[in-house]
Each structure stands twice: as C-alpha cells, then as structure tokens.
Design a protein around this ligand. Structure first.
Ligand SMILES: Nc1ncnc2c1ncn2[C@@H]1O[C@H](COP(=O)(O)OP(=O)(O)OP(=O)(O)O)[C@@H](O)[C@H]1O
Ligand code: SF4
Ligand SMILES: [Mg+2]
Length: 344
C-alpha cells in the first residue's frame, strides 16, 4: 500500500537491565507503518514483539529502556517524550495499545462506561456525555449491544470482554491500534469473530493496525505488510505477498516451508529447530546463526543490516549476509541445498 508514513521505527534498540547484565530484547529494528495499513509483527515467543510494541507508547517495564534509535509519529520524534506528554498527545487518541493478555487489563470494579469516561478524561477534552456517545458507537461496531455499556466486566464472556477492550481502544478514534496477541486466549470461533470485527472496523475507519501474533496465517489473511522477527532482529519485512512468494531470509524461508498452505491453514507459527536465543550486551552477530542451516563463520562476526533484497520491491528488506547468494538464484531450493551441502 502506498501511503504516508504514520509510524516510523528507526534502528531501534531496546535493553532490559537484568541480574546477568543488559539484555538486548530488540536490536536495530526498522520498519514503517503507513496510514490505513495493517502491519503484522510475527516471530516466536521471546523474540521481542511485545517489547517493541510497548516502547511505541512509552510503556516499557521499569527496567527497560530505548538504548538507541528513533520512533516517529507523523514525522515527529516521540521516543523521548515524558509520560505526561505521551498521555496528553499520543496514548489512546493517536496510538492505542491492546496489551497481551488484555482481558486482565479491564478494571473489575468499574463499569465499562466508567472506564471509558476515565480514559477520555485523561486523554481528551470530551465531556462525559460525548465520550459515552462515542463509546456506544464503537460498542456496536464490535458487535456488543449498546445497552450493556454500564455492565461490569465479569458480566461479559471472555470474547465479549475482548471486544469491549477493542471498543475501548477504538472509541477515541486513534490512528493506530497496536493489538498484541488480541485473540490468543480465545477459542477458535471467538477468534474468527474478533477478526471479522477487526475487518469491519477497517471498513468503517481508516485506522492502521500493528497486529502482533504467533498465528502467521492471520497475518497473511489480514495484513498488508509484515515484519518477521528473530532474536530481537527483524529478519525480513515487506509486503505480505512479496515475503510469502519470495522470501529473502532463511528464517522466513523455513517458516514459509513449514506452511505449504500458509495463506489458509489454521495453525500457529511452527517452531524452527533450536532454542530461541536471549542476547546479552551488543548484538554484533546474526541472531539466527546458531539455528541457520546456511550459517558460516562471518555470520557470527557482525550483525547483518536490513537491506533491500528484492530489486522489484523496494520495501522488501532482509537482514542476511547470504540473501543474494541464496535467493537470487533461479531455484532457491537448489542453491540452498547446494550451499548446505545436501545430497541431490
Ligand atoms: N521486564 C523484563 N526484564 C527482563 N527481561 C525481559 C523483560 N520483559 C521481557 N524480557 C525479555 O525480553 C525478550 C523479549 O520479550 P518479549 O515479551 O518482548 O517477547 P515476545 O516476542 O512478546 O514473546 P511472546 O510471544 O511470548 O509474548 C525475552 O527474552 C524476555 O525474556
Ligand atoms: S546471516 Fe548467516 S546465519 Fe544469519 S540468516 Fe543469513 S546465512 Fe543464516
Ligand atoms: Mg509478547
């Protein structure tokens, strides 16, 4: 989708202070989300997805910090804004975040209407009445009856709570919603429904979305672009079709191969052999090197940059030293086999 950049993540590195020293949860992440675009962020558990998401709204845990890089919203740097500035200018009304395991994020002691009013009071100048009108509208969009806005969370089923959370995230009409595993806790039927509503929202608003999930098939069905993360690095990013049809990083290639029918299967991200790594200190190597069948010594000596690796698609980028050698051949299967030394 050709659209103005709404959110730019530029060479972002995020660290957590831990007893074993600084843990680098995200290194040099770089991607852009355009207006109205749905952007998928996929990768196995622990690869840094939630860390990246939380950093965008200034919500990192106390021991976490942006060590370097920039976050820009509509061209303005936001990575150094204070909590008060973020509340005033960004959170909820520009960028809404639906946290992982968000069912626990509803206040059990407050009616949903009260929670909506509180959010509106902190982040906008809307009157209570205006806030409730907007909240009711959004309640309907997500398929909840508006006469239930005064219910307490426990009066709703799990799926309804999740939809109420989506309504809370949406009613101030943010430009971007970051949804961190929005359906993981739900059964398959509920998951389908939520995604049906997310699609309807897409039709009804021009909201962008960053969808974080293990379920790569959801990303293929729902999103325009994606980033595949591994060990805190972005392995590959680009339009869904480009990455699927023409993977340029061994990790996405292996993921793609794990899903012969990747556009439709109802399956979770398959694990690739080996343990997901944790990185301490400077990440000056490819974080996939210990698991990559095509790794060579050089892969452990420097971190590959995310570079355009597909001449026909400028925003299709991969971070692999051997990408061109492996994937620019006529038949990547053959070149990968040859490089790995497989028997023909
Ligand atoms: N507060 C913290 N202190 C120390 N390490 C942390 C903290 N939060 C996350 N981490 C570590 O940072 C890395 C990235 O974690 P993160 O939660 O971002 O992963 P994720 O991709 O969202 O995983 P999942 O799919 O399981 O939600 C992991 O190694 C995790 O253990
Ligand atoms: S840089 Fe090396 S280890 Fe990393 S993905 Fe490419 S070939 Fe594999
Ligand atoms: Mg997470």
């Amino acid at each position: 989708m050709s659209s103005e950049p709404l959110l730019e993540v530029e060479n972002l590195t995020i660290e957590y202070e831990t007893r074993q020293g600084p843990l680098t949860a995200v290194s040099n992440a770089d991607f852009t989300v355009g207006e109205g675009e749905y952007f998928g962020l996929v990768g196995e558990s622990g690869c840094g997805k939630s860390t990246l998401a939380k950093s965008i709204i200034g919500g990192l845990d106390d021991n976490g910090k942006i060590a370097s890089g920039k976050l820009k919203y509509r061209g303005e740097e936001i990575q150094d804004l204070s909590d008060a500035q973020l509340n005033e200018e960004i959170r909820w009304k520009e960028i809404a975040y639906i946290p992982q395991a968000s069912m626990n994020s509803l206040d059990p002691l407050q009616r949903l209407s009260e929670q909506a009013i509180e959010i509106a009071n902190v982040h906008t100048d809307l009157t209570d009445e205006e806030a409730l009108t907007q909240f009711k509208e959004m309640f309907e969009v997500v398929g909840l009856p508006e006469n239930r806005i005064r219910d307490y969370p426990h009066e709703f089923s799990g799926g309804m709570q999740q939809r109420a959370i989506i309504a809370l995230a949406l009613f101030l009409k943010p430009s971007i919603i970051i949804a961190d595993e929005p359906t993981t806790a739900l059964d398959v039927i509920m998951q389908d429904q939520i995604f049906k509503y997310l699609d309807e929202i897409r039709g009804a608003t021009d909201t962008s979305m960053i969808l974080i999930t293990h379920d790569i098939s959801l990303v293929f069905e729902t999103c325009d672009e994606l980033a595949v993360m591994h060990g805190g690095q972005i392995a590959e990013t680009g339009r869904i079709t480009d990455v699927y049809d023409n993977p340029k990083h061994p990790y996405s290639y292996l993921l793609q191969r794990a899903f012969p029918d990747i556009r439709y299967p109802d399956r979770e991200l398959e694990t690739i052999e080996g343990t997901p790594p944790q990185q301490f200190g400077d990440v000056d190597y490819c974080t996939f090197a210990n698991r990559c069948p095509w790794a060579e010594e050089g892969c452990r000596d420097a971190a590959p940059e995310l570079e355009v690796s597909d001449r026909s698609a400028e925003n299709h980028r991969a971070s692999c030293f051997r990408s061109k050698e492996i994937f620019e051949q006529q038949d990547p299967d053959e070149s990968l086999a040859a490089i790995r030394g497989d028997q023909a």
